[in-house]
Design a protein around this ligand. Sequence first.
Ligand code: ZN
Length: 344
Amino acid sequence: MLKLQELESIPEGLLELKKVSDLHKILEQPTLIHLKGEKQQPLFVSVLLHANEDTGFFAVQSLLKRYQNKPLPRSLSLFFGNIEASKEGLRHLNSQPDYNRVWPGTDHPECEETRLMQDVVNSMAKRNPFASIDIHNNTGKNPHYGCVNRLEPDFLYLSSLFSRIVVFFETPKGVQAMAMSEYCPAVTVECGKPHLSHGIEHATDFVETVLHLDEIKPHAGHQPDVEIYHTVARVTIPESNSFSFSNGETTHADDHSDIVFAHDIDRVNFTKLPANTVFGKIRPQSNARLIAWDDHERDVSDDYFSIEGENLTLSKSLMPAMLTLDKKIIRQDCLCYLMENINV
Ligand SMILES: [Zn+2]
């Protein structure tokens, strides 16, 4: 039975923990820890909503170590999400929904996890949160960037303190930042691949910077210095199509997958690709395809992809993000997102 645990101090062993897979020995349930700081309105930070993404955990651990012998500049509420899947090092267990798709506003049917996140939001709402940060990793090669679900100056300013690159999206629904946007400026930060020290340091410094702020507001007369991209489609591979990544020489003569991608396709993340760029190779007669979904879950593949012989090409100039080589993530989530630059 899933039940939110709420604490008001740091449990013994948390600061010394070396592996997220041992976290369940300290926290048996998803846990919200409220710590008092000099300024009262709490900063809310969530980690391990995707349990294979450990940068957030190590960032809050290193932040708490910095303040072991001095008061926090502002109160801090920390949510440790998918404890059960962290044991296995998975994004989520097959028996569980994705913990970043079940927050209030989700279209997921009501379940233990939707009730859990509602409890977290209720607990934070009554504390009048100052800002919200949800810390994630990517599995492919990506720059660090922030994601916002509202194009308001305080949201963009908050995100700009982490990175100049900001991604604005309206789907998927049920993400933490979208739920928290009802109460305070909220951002999701993507810190590159898990477990890397520069990602952990960057996230730690960002949270600490926000803890020190008196208000979330760009200086008068200044626009936040950001490049904003809007996700226009989420790309999946049909269940019935097999796929693989070539080693550079493999062609369809010796690879029987329906779709073959370049072995280093994730290097084009956040790179603007011209129309007609070859995105993958299709096995002849396989009827294989990629599916592009818009914000309303409509199949808009024909707007973005064309098939010419063996080549699966982009129909127009686009920027992919979150391309990954991790087959499990591709099946559980998606191959990538497609984005366009926007100006506000
Ligand atoms: Zn994630």
